[in-house]
Ligand binder design. Sequence first.
Ligand SMILES: [Zn+2]
Length: 342
Amino acid sequence: MNWLSNFIRPRIRSIVGEQKDVPDNLWQKCDACEGMLFHKELKANLNVCYHCGHHMGIHVKQRLEILFDDGRYDKIPLPAVPVDPLKFKDKKRYADRLKESQAKTKENDALMIGRGKIGGQMAVVAAFDFSFMGGSMGTGVGEGLVKAAETAIKDHAALIVVPASGGARMQEGALSLMQMPRTIIAVDMVKEQGLPYIVLLTNPTTGGVSASFAMVGDIHISEPGAMIGFAGRRVIEETVRETLPKEFQTAEYLLDHGMVDMVVKRADLNATIGKILGLLMMRQTSGDPKNTLPDGAGGLSAGGKMVTSPGRSGGTRAEIKTNVKPREPANPPHEKPRRAAG
Ligand SMILES: [Zn+2]
């Protein structure tokens, strides 16, 4: 083939003249429906396919802009952590991998924290950057989540975490696994203050991230079609020796099975989260425990289905109880009315 590429092709080029290459970033193919998408229109549509509604990955900066009112927020820097304490090396040195990702993303680690308002309520959002080593959670990310929780407490704000992660960062070994309990403690501090902790699950949320802070939110929202799970499908199928349903580990499947409370389109996220924060922080802002629900607030129908899960909610339970009575059977057969007691 060498004579073709080395001899014939240059000859043809010299006769026809160099073809001007068409810029390849004008169009993009949808992963789901294979429809062609014009780059500018796709960006304007928040990286959601305008043929089939498939939600593609989104840059972490744009993610924060979408979530906050008018796209305005203050960026909170990540705390400094020791770099590569284990001096880990696989095909490349971990320190080099870190430097490459830092140069590519212009960020220190796979997490970005912003503070601003959502629906007029103060909120701290910690969003993962999947383009930074697969959004993996190491010491830097763990420390960032602790910082986000502390900021939320200091500012009396809601904490919203947006995972997009393959799990723990292998290159940090046990240190990355230690971030799992640490992040749980961090979000518990927020709950103890009676502040809402909301998790917005995006594609993908897996491994050590889904096994820690991402599954203990007061409310779990997910983007349509997001893959959420712990171990991969093949591993589970080989372990349980069963064929899993096609839609297994998707946001919609988890909504049907009670792990996710709402599936909300990207364009509706600001409005929906704003509405939820308005409800959860009502007592905190007004200081009046006798607050009643505003008209239509019980529906929470902006783009999703609300499922009450009293067993999982944490610190905000008290706030919810003052406003909304938890759903109970009309006459629990096994229990006498509490009034009679005492
Ligand atoms: Zn599509």
